[in-house]
Design a protein around this ligand. Structure first.
Ligand SMILES: [Zn+2]
Ligand SMILES: [Zn+2]
Length: 279
């Protein structure tokens, strides 16, 4: 098997439901990465999950039975990126070793924020119910290894802080994940992102709005898909999947947007829930 990335949730802000969302999906931000096993092992033992929106619930039907450990990288802790943690059975049953990494957003670690949210009367189950095999960890400042994959990060441009991740696989291919990001808010951060994502094999990046929508949503922390595709093209990204689809965008609208973006940048496309990409 090759390195595999499975898109489990692409919707931004809030999950949706209805026939008009069947193709691109309803669940919020989540994806899982399986690195090619070493030493001729047929199945991977380690999974890397990026963001834990409601798409995290799709992990159960996607994950090989060989997985023993999951490293979760949270880009930030807005609700659409963490809500899946509240309902994933593996958070409670102890069947998997789970290391959940999150940067110090707004100056603090993730777990106390989670404790503030997971308590009655907001939510009946507190983090004390989580299995002992679940560990909350601060994202290291420098690079670190998750299984055989090198994880690097940099801060992005989004309200309440966000981390951008780059995964480097043993075969030299790379994946860059830019969860929520507004292009053009900080020239300095944009320039850093361009270096960080230059020539990457696969870029997954926020492109939530049309240009029309963006004119009234400037400063909300998300990019129009045209600007995302343009940035990706400028830095020589080999493949782009636009993510964090607006809850107001139907399949028809996203298909039209994809057609347009592909006509300018053939390697770009809109991410679909259930899509599997190989690196
Ligand atoms: Zn979001
Ligand atoms: Zn956000």
């Amino acid at each position: 098997m090759k390195n595999k990335i499975c898109l489990l949730g692409l919707r931004g802000s809030i999950p949706v439901s209805g026939d008009e969302f069947r193709e691109f999906g309803c669940a919020t931000s989540c994806m899982v990465v399986y690195a090619e096993p070493e030493n001729g092992e047929p199945e991977p033992e380690h999974a890397i999950v990026i963001d834990a929106g409601t798409g995290l619930l799709n992990l159960r039907k996607n994950m090989p039975g060989s997985i023993k450990k999951v490293t979760v990288l949270l880009s930030h802790i807005h609700l659409d990126h963490i809500q899946g943690l509240l309902m994933l059975p593996e958070m409670f049953n102890g069947r998997l070793e789970m290391d959940i990494y999150c940067g110090k957003h707004c100056g603090g670690s993730f777990e106390p924020y989670l404790r503030d949210m997971m308590k009655p009367p907001i939510w009946p189950i507190t983090p004390d119910f989580f299995a002992k095999s679940v560990h909350f960890l601060d994202l290291p400042e420098g690079d670190f290894m998750a299984g055989d994959v090198l994880i690097s990060s940099m801060p992005g441009s989004h309200p309440d802080d966000i981390d951008i991740f780059r995964l480097t696989f043993k075969n030299g291919t790379t994946l860059v994940h830019v969860g929520d990001y507004e292009v053009g808010q900080s020239e300095e951060i944009d320039e850093k992102l361009k270096s960080f994502a230059r020539d990457t094999s696969l870029l997954l990046m926020d492109g939530m709005y049309t240009m029309d929508e963006y004119s009234s949503q400037r400063g909300f922390g998300h990019s129009p898909w045209e600007m995302t595709a343009e940035l990706a093209n400028k830095v020589g990204v080999q493949r782009l999947r636009i993510i964090h689809h607006s809850p107001t965008h139907s399949d028809e609208m996203l298909r039209e947007a994809e057609e347009y973006v592909k006509s300018k940048y053939p390697n770009a496309g809109m991410g679909r829930e259930g899509e599997i990409l190989e690196l």
